[in-house]
Design a protein around this ligand. Structure first.
Ligand code: NAD
Length: 351
């Protein structure tokens, strides 16, 4: 298959592309405008592969989107491109509204036009819209998000993702354009921009800097190792039903403070501090984020039963792999940290 990946220079997109180039025969066109979160260096190991092409472009640029589709004639689009950082959406929502809503609408419209112009059947095409469990809002201590849960987004980020999910569904209902929406929980793993909770905590441990924790740190997320997410997306691409949505999570509900304590313990054993100091001494509780959702938890029964997906990593194994990756790839995240433009952003924390 020929896959057009939007946002392939970001965290999940680059893991997906590397996995596809390594383990499939698919051809990949990566369409990304390299915002602060996009990093071409993530794809260094595949950039010379003849099955990989990079196109620098904005999903809001309908002329370039049209030209790219007509020229490359993909069999499917996997749409990762988004503004993805919740904290930033609180301070500057406009870019979220533009990319996440308007950009998704352009992609839907132009890909439908491309199929019609080239006389391609809708049935054999797929538009996978990668979204988040945050569209469902906050859970209390009990319960899980199902595909049928009501939408109730809290932040500008999740509100824009909710809007784009509705657009993708509307294109199926109205035009029979074969969209599939995926709603996954928090991802972690290699190549995550170090403004997000896990890589930020690891990087701050390296530098013996404060480890900021929102509120009491009791917000719970259902952590998903990024390769498990990539494998779920591949199954959805191959066997998912148009018009459906699939929840993806791996039953790893952990509070933010537990995450930070776990990272501190592992760092204590891998890179012990001098003078019997412990990394957890660096923890600093800071005022909570406005509108901070308490708990997310995913019911993944549908993708497990219908498509046979099963996560390979639990949090204990996945976090050790992740920390080891950041230790081995210090040069990768130091370059991001040392970029002047990024420096003010890296004071932010997020889950
Ligand atoms: P990311 O912020 O790491 O990467 C986003 C990528 O999109 C970057 O490469 C950026 O350059 C590109 N991009 C942004 N605006 C663009 C535009 N207008 N045109 C073209 N490219 C543009 O994001 P991520 O963490 O890899 O997330 C990928 C997708 O998965 C997003 O849609 C996000 O909402 C969703 N998601 C992420 C998580 C998570 O934990 N990271 C969880 C659930 C859902």
């Amino acid at each position: 298959m020929k896959l057009l990946i939007t946002g392939g220079c970001g965290f999940i997109g680059s893991n997906f592309i590397i996995d596809q180039i390594k383990f499939s025969k698919n051809e990949i066109i990566n369409y990304d405008n390299i915002t602060y979160a996009g990093n071409k260096a993530n794809l260094k190991i595949v950039e010379k592969n003849s099955r990989y092409t990079f196109i620098k472009g904005d999903i809001c640029d309908n002329n370039l989107v049209k030209k790219t589709l007509l020229k490359t004639e993909p069999d499917a689009i996997i749409h990762f491109a988004a503004e993805s950082h919740v904290d930033r959406s609180i301070n500057e929502p406009n870019s979220f509204i533009k990319t996440n809503i308007y950009g998704t609408a352009i992609l839907l419209e132009e890909s439908m036009k491309y199929l019609k112009l080239k006389n391609k059947s809708f049935d054999s095409f797929r538009f996978i819209h990668v979204s988040t469990d945050e569209v469902f809002g906050s859970l209390g201590k009990k319960g899980f998000f199902k595909e049928t849960s009501h939408y109730n987004p809290s932040s500008p980020y999740s509100a824009t993702k909710a809007s784009s999910d509705h657009l993708a569904r509307a294109w199926f209902k109205t035009y029979k354009f074969p969209t599939i929406v995926t709603n996954c929980s928090n991802n972690y793993g290699p190549y995550q921009f170090p403004e997000k909770l896990i890589p930020l905590t690891i990087a701050n441990c390296f530098d013996e800097k404060e480890l900021p924790v929102y509120g009491k740190g009791d917000n719970v997320r259902d952590w998903l190792y990024v390769y498990d997410h990539c494998k779920a997306l591949e199954l959805i691409l191959l066997f998912g039903k148009a018009g459906e949505s699939y929840n993806i999570g791996s039953n790893n509900e952990i509070s933010n403070i537990e995450i930070i304590n776990t990272i501190c313990k592992i760092m204590d054993s891998l890179r012990p501090l001098k003078r019997s100091k412990k990394y957890r001494d660096l923890i600093k509780f800071v005022p909570d984020r406005p509108g901070h959702d308490y708990r997310y938890a995913i019911d993944s029964t549908k993708i497990k039963d219908e498509l046979g997906w099963k996560p390979q990593e639990n949090f204990k194994t996945g976090i050790v792999k992740t920390i080891n990756w950041y230790i081995k790839n210090e040069i990768w995240w130091r370059k991001i940290q040392n970029n002047k433009y990024n420096q003010e952003r890296l004071g932010l924390i997020n889950d």
